[in-house]
Design a protein around this ligand. Sequence first.
Ligand code: PMP
Ligand code: GLU
Length: 394
Amino acid sequence: METLTLKINSRVKNLLGSSTLAITARAKELKAQGHDVVNFAAGEPDFDTPDSIKKAAITAIESGFTKYTPSLGTPELRQAIAQKFKKDNNLEYKPSQVAVSCGAKHSIYNVIQVLTDEGDEVLLPTPYWVSYPEMIKMTGATCKLLRTSTQTQFKITASQLAQNITPKTKLLILNSPSNPTGMLYSKKELEDIAAICVKHNIYVLSDEIYEKLIYDTNEYTSIAALGKDIYDLTITVNGVSKAYSMTGWRIGYCAASQEIIDYINKFQDHTTSNPTSISQMAALQALKETNESIEKMRQEFKNRRDLMMAEFDKIKEVSYIRPDGAFYLFCDFSKVGKSEEIAKAILNEMKVAMIPGDSFGAPGFIRLSFATSAERIKEGIRRINEWISKNNPH
Ligand code: PMP
Ligand code: GLU
């Protein structure tokens, strides 16, 4: 018999695996084998989902709310999301302009699929969240990286954006606060970026999933709220995963002009249909929650961020920029060695899991999540320090 040759779709063949998911899985595996692993790889809050949200899901099951819903979500949930946008972001979206999907990751995938074509260019600031470039590859569009550094606090500038626009530019991806750097764009910075996008008619995908986790200011700006023109060009993405510690429930959403949402509706009709009916009821409850449950988690993250920074201040070989939001510290390990090799060695030898910056388009850096207890933060950084002292003797 002839040997079978795999004939995989060429775009899928070129995909990179998700390092965030792979390293997190490896850390869990080591833990299951009995190792005492400190997990700084996790991209999810370590708190339990609040009880009131769990109860809403149990009620949904018990009352038989277990069937298909409209693809883009129940009318009640879409309305609650529209109200959230109004209340928190000063954004006017009708419920019909909201699309609920299976996590913000799915919302982002839908947007990129619906907007971009082969030959288009998508502008992506570095460091970027690992899934954006791979999602862009799946459409045949080209990913054009906008490189940033610590000098601009890992943020793009309006002039850098303007210089990189070509007739093929279709979309800019913004993620504030950022995974992996934690950087937050100010209103003024967003106004400057919005002006360029409006001038050149470029869509903006604004990933606002870490909106509720900001630490040094109460002021959060959604770029779509900066005027009618930028509103028309922006697709605002958010979800319940990070704010309500609901990563496993898989509910994310986006809002945009009616035309774009109508195309997302068709696309989702033929792919996943609705996100889980039970999770939708849980998300509806989450959006009804008072700020209290979010505030407790936010405060705890802030304390952990401060602790992690203080512990790294003791290690002179490693530097970082203070994160404004999210739950990651993005550390410069370039004085210690190659980030991928260091992260691998520290996981194997010291049982501390971290994600090398290479996966975020920023070699030399390593991402550490502070979604773990204060005690584990101290222990993990103690081990990292021990490893550095052993391997970089002075
Ligand atoms: N955007 C960013 C920047 C993220 O870090 C994540 C976390 N996975 C997501 C989107 C997707 O979140 P969700 O769990 O809602 O799919
Ligand atoms: N967004 C999280 C992270 O960056 C979760 C894992 C993922 O979906 O990539 O680690």
